[in-house]
Design a protein around this ligand. Structure first.
Ligand code: CP
Ligand code: NVA
Length: 310
């Protein structure tokens, strides 16, 4: 941490920031995105270095953090389990102590949330969750920014989650609790969302449905994710059968508001969790959603490193 920054913040789960900090971040994201679109140089992070640690595969998270950091004038170090001592059982605490003496901010994609927390507890610099088994806060940050861009405030709206009660679903629930919208969830039996994982204060923001169509009724946004998340590949065959009725299709979209959006964090499997006509159809905003990962994360890194601008 550079002089001048007294209170170090990590971003390990969505509930690490308050509603008014999100309002600020969404405003900054819009400014930063506009500058990028206009080819206006904005380099507040010259001489700052981001370390990205990937213990699972990635396309969007890597490209968005790496491109975003370079655009802001900084540099990036990319580490994976296989090409670092993390893969040879160096304790995560020691890795944190060492890496955080040489860089200014760290992004980690890993398995258990506790591993990320152990890293953060021994880090001298801010740590960002780039996906764990339990949460994916940067993705929901991008999803909500995308919703706001398209439809205005998400407060009071209804988001329908169809599919696995996974890291994305847990994070949507935290966001509903903090930002004041309702989350309709439909999962196959045995794959339910556990509100204890999200640790929500207001259980009224969650409504569970057996039928995915019922969950989509009246929704302003319908969203889903892969049936088998990274780390759960051994369950794939069983999941394929269990999730067969949780494929987002035209009937589900028709049950939602007529101007409902469709989102998917990607990568997607057409014909499994979503039909091609939905993800490639007019209500889908998945490409804006993917691009917005970069813009929101630039605003997030700016906030964690420099605090509020202006
Ligand atoms: N949505 C998302 O996090 O994509 P990647 O796995 O490609 O990073
Ligand atoms: N739930 C998915 C999200 C991938 C971006 C996973 O964890 O694999």
């Amino acid at each position: 941490m550079k002089p001048g920054m007294s209170l170090m913040k990590h971003y390990l789960q969505f509930k690490d920031l308050r509603a008014e900090e999100y309002a600020y971040l969404f405003e900054r994201t819009a400014v930063i995105k506009k500058r990028f679109k206009n080819y206006e140089k904005y380099q507040p992070l010259v001489d700052r270095t981001l370390a990205m640690i990937f213990e699972k595969a990635s396309t969007r998270t890597r490209v968005s953090f790496e491109a975003g950091m370079y655009q802001m004038g900084g540099s990036v170090v990319h580490l994976t389990t296989g090409d670092s001592q993390l893969g040879r059982a160096e304790p995560i605490e020691d890795s944190a102590r060492v890496i955080s003496r040489m860089v200014d901010i760290v992004m980690i994609r890993t398995f258990e949330q506790t591993k990320l927390e152990r890293f953060a507890a021994h880090s001298r610099v801010p740590v960002i969750n780039g996906l764990t088994n339990e949460y994916h806060p940067c993705q929901i940050l991008a999803d909500i920014f995308t919703f706001i861009e398209q439809r205005g405030s998400i407060q009071g709206k209804t988001v329908a989650w169809v599919g696995d009660g996974n890291n994305m679903a847990n994070t949507w629930l935290q966001a509903a609790d903090i930002l004041g919208f309702t989350l309709h969830v439909s999962t196959p039996s045995g794959y339910e969302l556990d509100p204890k994982v999200a640790g929500v204060a207001d259980p009224a923001c969650l409504k569970s449905f057996k039928s995915p169509i019922a969950a989509c009724e009246g929704a302003h946004l319908v969203t889903t994710d892969v049936w088998t998340s990274m780390g759960y590949e051994a369950e794939n065959e069983v999941r394929m059968k269990a999730f067969a009725d949780w494929c987002v299709d035209a009937r589900m979209m028709a049950a939602a508001q007529s101007d409902a959006l469709f989102m998917h964090c990607l990568p997607a499997h057409r014909g499994e969790e979503v039909e091609a006509e939905v993800i490639d159809g007019p209500q889908s905003v998945v490409w804006d959603e993917a691009e917005n990962r970069m813009h929101v994360q630039k605003a997030l890194m700016e906030y964690l490193l420099l605090g509020r601008i202006g």
